[in-house]
Design a protein around this ligand. Structure first.
Ligand code: TRP
Ligand code: ZN
Length: 917
């Protein structure tokens, strides 16, 4: 029972048959749709298999014809997931007619109903829920699609490619119906098919490519929302320009359409010429969307657009190769973000999400390499590892071979593979051939799971003026390797090939010229050290005084860097490093050290009212809070470093956006990963105490900065204005921690005077943590004002589900019964439930198990409705074994309860099965 079947990369075989053309006819009726598919097929010369097996799920077969002749039931085999013909001619046309029920499709995979009409989602395996088909990415065909629907209810009929014909239906029973035919000139795998029949408004614009092709760009949204489309369409045109400028890649179609839908499992989907987006990544107006929303729209629009080349023109041979398109496309959208927004801020945010989401994944029961060797449910592998670590792996190639060689490698990749379905090795081979750098060892990044640890030691020899860095790699096996070994597929392990970008700072904060032993001359002040061995040394000559090393600049590799920095060295880097990521990272390390001291003190049993630090903890805070958790563990030097940091935003060349990032303390999730056994209460208390301490000690500084950063004039989401807002709102956040009358009044006035959603949410977020009357007034007025705007209601739910207040778990339960919540809508579930589980560790990991029970209740309720969403919630249990015995017991109880559930989906079964191990 509930044992999902495992699929292995090593079992790959080429498809038995190829499809040259697909003619689809989709007639949408009240309560059902009829899909007729005409597949022009032939045997694949590369395969010896004779039977033809088509995938199909939840399809009711009405007719089956081969070359025009109806097939008797004896000629085929039909089961729950497939239609098999034992033998076929060499080339033939197979025609199927099936009936499907899109109105009952709550999984949101295949063709489904949403508020304004019908939409599709075919990646990874949704096309088989529309018609019988060899639903695998290495079968590429040219599609022609005709849609039929009621014209008044569904005036817009769209599919991939170009519109070729349309008209009114005639004949009995067809009154008021219309049809439209679309043809896609590019062969594509079925996962890139899309169609839409809906009532939507459209915003149109045009983009002319370098070679003079005029592309119609169109954004389709719910009627009445045209005033929220400007940013998305501008982002699309920016992306088109960027891909031409940076990679020489042009749009290849005359129509590029983006359709926004409120019910969508993920962010967006790159269907050829007809992207379908979660409304969250399209709709924005200054009063409804935050600066972060605007940035995310830029990135997601760019991501899906970039897929047109990295994913669509060159696609994946099989789903194990998912990172071929996702890692590369994330790398591309990151660089787009760095170019159009701010390079430093964008990279810092990337590092933060990588460490918050991907490192725990790599350390948990679902650990897998960016190209896994097996999976049970492919939908479970759209992960931070495949996407984010996948992008880091591409970035390492870029850093190792340099910008020009990387571009040459991309050109070569397209020259070789345009129109093909290929493997990760093909990409690496193009990079290797273009650069001449041997990337054989580098391929380990595709096969090994887990986050490697780089242990760096330094040694200074004053007499010889020599500075030596010794770099050791550690890469212990993960549950992935253990599982593979137990399945008879032991994975080889060895050291990684990676770029370690470094610089050395002298006592004045200046960058030292670098000459490695054996080199004739100095070569700049920043070096890309190539690490390949288990242990390696790098010797720098002519170093006259012991420098402070700035290691892993720009976060040059997805590793855990272990170097024994002194507090003084970190303060030095924080003030002087020329690398924005490392300046930020120094502050994070400093804060992490302090917070971990705090955690140890808070977790240790102690007499009540105990106020002194143990002797092994640095003492020296200038001010003390009158709480039982006095942060005597905060050194005064830290407080003054934070004061200088804040002041640096106002010096010439100062960047408020970077300062805002640096003022955000490491997250509770990040801190949890640093502990052997996680104590979520102590982490929460320590982090809060440090925030309160900084607020008290630097109150005047925060107040002055807050006043100085006020923005006058119209709203713009651009980096400069957003940066100022971010810093101002960080100051507000600290001040809100004071909890006195003056600070509460400031938060309330910020809320009341907010002229955009960024400021509104900053205030509401702070209020949500305060147990004062103004909290309820604000939440009520916010809901009353915005209840018709679904995406804004999502924010309202999330701000409550991530609140610190002790009533939060009960509040979340109550909100699940509120009219604002709908368990069938993924955005609602993500905002209320997933945010609670993933971003509210104190309450999710409550020692009484109430958070775990809430999550399990939702998972079980959702499982049969939408297994993809249920499974994403189930993933929040991943790290359950890192907690104390009591919590582990409570988590296990819920995981077991889910595991034994009757008819559990393969999605949730895989996640829970691996979690329980
Ligand atoms: N390919 C999409 C992207 O990265 C991901 C995606 C969208 C997806 N919808 C999905 C994956 C549904 C699985 C299921 O841009
Ligand atoms: Zn993608």
């Amino acid at each position: 029972m509930n044992a999902p079947q495992t699929i292995y990369l090593k079992d790959y075989t080429p498809p038995s048959h190829l499809v040259d053309t697909v003619e689809l006819d989709i007639a949408i009726h009240r309560g059902f749709a009829r899909v007729t598919a005409r597949l022009a097929m032939r045997r694949n010369p590369a395969s010896s298999a004779s039977a033809l097996r088509l995938d199909g799920e939840e399809l009711h077969l009405e007719a089956l014809r081969l070359d025009g002749r109806s097939l008797p039931e004896s000629a085929y085999q039909l089961d729950e997931t497939s239609l098999t013909l034992a033998d076929t001619p060499d080339a033939f046309v197979l025609e199927t007619v099936v009936r499907i029920e899109p109105d009952k499709n709550t999984q949101l995979s295949g063709l489904y109903r949403s508020k304004d009409g019908y939409f599709t989602q075919c990646e990874a395996q949704g096309f088989r829920r529309i018609t019988f088909y060899p639903d695998r990415p290495d079968v590429m065909a040219k599609f022609r699609c005709t849609l039929h629907a009621d014209k008044a209810s569904f005036p817009i009929l769209l599919s991939n490619g170009n519109p070729v014909a349309q008209g009114e239906e005639s004949g009995d029973g067809n009154e008021g119906r219309h049809w439209a035919t679309w043809e896609d000139p590019f062969a594509k795998p079925a996962y890139l098919f899309a169609c839409v029949a809906a009532k939507l408004d459209v915003l149109e614009d045009y983009y002319t490519t370098t070679s003079g092709r005029r592309v119609r760009c169109a954004v389709y949204v719910e009627p009445g929302k045209l005033d929220q489309c400007d940013h998305a369409i501008a982002a699309l045109k920016k992306s088109m320009k960027w891909d031409e400028d940076v990679f020489g890649l042009e749009m290849d179609l005359e129509h590029y359409m983006i359709v926004a839908v409120g019910d969508f499992n993920m962010g967006a989907m790159e269907n050829k010429g007809l992207n379908i987006f979660n409304t969250k990544y399209v709709l924005a107006r200054p009063d409804t969307a935050t600066d972060t929303d605007y940035q995310n729209i830029d990135r997601v629009v760019a991501h899906e657009y970039f897929h047109n080349w990295t994913g669509n023109r060159v696609t994946c041979r099989d789903w194990f190769q998912l990172s071929l398109k996702e890692g590369l496309t994330v790398f591309r959208d990151q660089n787009f973000g760095m170019d159009v927004h701010s390079a430093g801020v964008t990279r810092i945010q990337e590092v933060r999400t990588l460490r918050a989401a991907q490192y725990p994944e790599d350390a948990g029961p679902m650990a897998h390499p960016i190209r896994p060797a097996s999976y049970a449910e492919i939908n479970n592998f759209y992960t931070a590892t495949v996407y984010e670590k996948g992008a880091e792996v591409i970035r390492m190639i870029y850093t190792l071979i340099g910008k020009q060689a990387f571009r040459k490698g991309m050109d070569l990749y397209f020259a070789r593979h345009d129109g093909q379905a290929v493997c990760c090795e093909d990409f690496v081979a193009a990079m290797q051939d273009a650069s001449g750098l041997d990337l054989t060892q580098f391929q380990r990044w595709y096969n090994q799971a887990g986050t490697p640890r780089l242990v760096v030691k330094s040694e200074f020899d004053a007499a010889a003026k020599r500075y030596t860095l010794t770099v050791t790699q550690q890469y212990p096996a993960t549950p992935y390797e253990e599982r593979m070994a137990s399945e008879g597929l032991p994975q080889e392990r060895g050291p990684y090939h990676l770029p370690l970008v470094i610089g050395l700072l002298d006592a004045a904060g200046k960058e030292l010229p670098l000459r490695l032993a054996g080199e004739a001359a100095v070569q700049g002040t920043q070096r890309v050290l190539t690490v390949r061995e288990d242990t390696q040394t790098f010797v720098f000559e002519e170093i006259t005084a012991e420098p402070v090393p700035s290691l892993l600049r720009g976060f040059s590799a997805p590793v855990i860097l272990d170097y024994d920095y002194s507090e003084a060295a970190l303060t030095h880097l924080m003030a002087h490093d020329t690398d924005a990521v490392n300046r930020w990272e120094a502050g994070q390390r400093l804060a992490t050290g302090i917070l971990m001291n705090g955690v140890r003190m808070l977790a240790a049993p102690r007499p009540t009212g105990w106020k002194e630090a143990p002797s092994d903890v640095e003492v020296g805070a200038a001010t003390f809070l009158p709480t039982p958790w006095e942060p005597a563990w905060v050194p005064a030097s830290y407080t003054s470093a934070i004061r200088s940091l804040l002041a640096s935003a106002f010096t010439p060349g100062g960047d408020p956006a970077l300062v805002a990032e640096a003022l955000v303390l490491p997250s509770e999730t990040y801190l949890a990963e640093q502990m052997e056994v996680v104590d979520p209460d102590a982490i929460h208390a320590a982090r809060l105490a440090l925030r309160q301490h900084l607020a008290q000690a630097l109150r005047a500084d925060f107040e002055a900065a807050y006043a100085r950063l006020a923005i006058h004039g119209p709203y713009s989401p651009d980096g400069e204005q957003a940066g100022k807002r971010a810093l101002r709102n960080v100051c507000l956040g600290y001040l809100a921690e004071l909890g006195d009358e003056a600070s509460n009044a400031l938060v309330v006035s910020h809320y009341e005077q907010a002229a955009n959603m960024t400021d509104t949410m900053a205030a509401l977020g702070a209020l949500a943590n305060l147990d004062i009357a103004a909290r309820h007034t604000a939440l009520d007025s916010f809901y009353t004002r915005w209840k018709a705007e679904a995406l804004v209601v999502d924010k309202w739910l999330q701000v409550q589900s991530t609140s610190r207040l002790p009533t939060t778990t009960a509040d979340v339960r109550a909100l699940m019964a509120h009219e604002a919540f709908d368990i069938r809508n993924p955005n609602k579930v993500y905002s209320l439930v997933r945010a609670f589980c993933a971003a509210n560790p104190k309450h999710f990991h409550a020692a009484d198990g109430s958070g775990y029970r809430l999550a399990a209740d939702v998972i079980l309720q959702l499982d049969s409705m939408n297994p993809q969403v249920a499974s994403r919630i189930a993933r929040t249990f991943d790290r359950w074994r890192k907690f104390d015995d009591t919590r582990q017991g409570k988590a296990r109880e819920q995981l077991e309860r889910i595991r034994v559930h009757d008819g559990l989906s393969s999605d949730v079964a895989e996640v829970v099965g691996k979690a329980l191990g």
